[in-house]
Design a protein around this ligand. Structure first.
Ligand code: ACO
Length: 321
C-alpha cells in the first residue's frame, strides 16, 4: 500500500520583484545574484498570507483531483512562516476551503517541510488511519527576511504549492528518507518572541533570518545526493532510472553540484528559481504543479523529490507518478 499524487495546485503573490529592484534596496546587482544563485526574480506578498496562498493552492489541487473539500481526511500545511502562533495555518486553511471533516495541523521542517508532511501522510495511510490527504507547502518569508541583509534578502520568495494524495495499491511513493541534525541549527536561524513574563526581563530580540550561506551550501551539496541515493536504494532503483529530480529550489549551483555527484545530466533537474526564488517549503510543490500543468510529467514516470533546509533537515522521496 502507498499514496499517489492525484492533483496539484499552486499560488504565487501578484507582485513580482526583479533583481534590479532589490539592487535599489541593498548593494547588489542582477549579475551577482544570477551568477551566484540562478535567481532572476521572486513574488513578494503585499497582503497574501500563508493561509490564503495555501488555500488557493489546495483548491486547485482538489479541483484537479476531482474531489470536494469535505472529502479530505487529513490536511497538512508545511510552513516556517505562519501568520499566527495559534491556531495553526492548517486549521486556517481548513476554515477557508471548508474541509470540515479533515484533521488539520502544521509541520515545520523549513525547506524540507513539504517532504516531511508528505511522509507523515504516507505513514497515516500505511497505518490504515486515513485514505487521503491534502498537503500544502506555504511561505511568506518576506516578513521574516531582513531587507537590509544582502546575503539573504536576494534569495527568498513567497508562494504556496499543494498536492492531493490518495491511497493506492501499486506505484505512488516507493521509498522515503528523512534526516535531521539539530547540532547545525545555527547555520540557518530565525528567532521568535523572547521570553518575557513578570519574572523575566526580555533580552534584545533578532527575529530575522540569519544564515551561514557557505555552511548551508556545503551541507546541501554533500547531504542531498546521499539522501537521494538512500531513498533510491529503498525503492530498489538507481539514479539512471529516474526521469525527473524535483529538488528544493535554493540555488542553481547547489542543484548543479548535486547532479554532478549523482552523475546525472542537468536536463533531468527542472528549475523555476529564476522566476520564483527560494520559497522554502513551497518550492517542491510549486515546481511539481508547474511541470504537471505543462504536461511535463506523465503517468508511470519515476520522480525524485528532495529538499533540505533549516534544522538542518534533509529528505528525499521516490515516487512513480
Ligand atoms: N550581492 C553582492 N555581493 C554579495 C551579496 C550580494 N547579494 N551577498 C554577499 N556578497 C558578497 C559578500 O559580502 C562577500 O564579499 P567579500 O568577499 O568582500 O567578503 C562575497 O560576496 C562572497 O560572499 P559569499 O557569502 O562567500 O558568497 P557565496 O558565493 O557563498 O554566495 C550564497 C552566497 C548565494 C548565499 C551562497 O552561499 C548560497 O547559496 N548558500 C546556500 C544558501 C541557501 O541555499 N540557503 C537556503 C537553503 S535552506 C532554505 O531554503 C531555508
Amino acid at each position: 500500500m502507498s499514496i499517489r499524487i492525484v492533483g496539484t495546485g499552486s499560488a504565487l503573490p501578484e507582485k513580482q520583484v526583479t533583481n534590479e529592484e532589490i539592487a535599489g534596496l541593498v548593494e547588489t546587482s542582477d549579475e551577482w545574484i544570477r551568477e551566484r544563485t540562478g535567481i532572476g526574480g521572486r513574488h513578494v506578498s503585499t497582503g497574501e498570507t500563508v493561509a490564503s496562498l495555501a488555500a488557493d493552492a489546495c483548491m486547485k489541487a482538489l479541483e484537479q483531483a476531482g474531489r470536494k473539500a469535505g472529502e479530505v481526511e487529513l490536511l497538512l500545511v508545511a510552513t516556517c512562516s505562519p501568520e499566527d502562533a495559534l491556531p495553526c495555518a492548517a486549521c486556517q486553511v481548513q476554515e477557508k476551503i471548508g474541509a470540515v471533516n479533515a484533521v488539520a495541523f502544521d509541520v515545520n521542517a523549513a525547506c524540507a517541510g513539504f517532504l516531511f508532511a508528505l511522509h507523515t501522510a504516507w505513514a497515516y495511510v500505511e497505518a490504515g488511519i486515513y485514505e487521503n490527504a491534502l498537503i500544502a507547502g506555504s511561505e511568506v518569508l518576506s516578513k521574516i527576511v531582513d531587507w537590509n541583509d544582502r546575503g539573504t534578502c536576494i534569495l527568498f520568495g513567497d508562494g504556496a504549492g499543494a498536492v492531493m494524495v490518495q491511497k493506492c495499491d501499486t506505484g505512488g511513493v516507493l521509498g522515503f528518507v528523512q534526516h535531521s541534525d539539530g547540532r547545525k541549527g545555527s547555520a540557518l536561524f530565525c528567532g521568535n518572541r523572547q521570553l518575557a513574563n513578570p519574572y523575566v526581563r526580555p533580552a534584545a530580540a533578532d527575529s530575522y533570518v540569519r544564515m551561514d550561506g557557505r555552511e548551508v551550501f556545503s551541507f546541501a551539496v554533500k547531504q542531498v545526493p546521499l539522501t537521494i541515493e538512500e531513498a533510491l536504494k529503498k525503492a530498489g532503483l538507481t539514479p539512471e532510472t529516474v526521469d525527473l529530480f524535483v529538488l528544493h529550489q535554493a540555488n542553481r549551483r547547489i542543484i548543479e553540484g548535486i547532479a554532478k555527484r549523482l552523475g546525472v545530466e542537468m536536463c533531468r533537474f527542472p528549475m523555476n528559481l529564476d522566476r520564483v526564488g527560494n520559497t522554502s517549503s513551497a518550492a517542491i510543490p510549486v515546481l511539481l504543479d508547474e511541470l504537471n500543468r505543462r504536461g511535463q510529467i506523465s503517468r508511470g514516470q519515476v520522480i525524485v523529490l528532495s529538499g533540505f533546509g533549516a534544522g538542518l533537515t534533509c529528505g528525499a522521496c521516490v515516487l512513480k507518478w
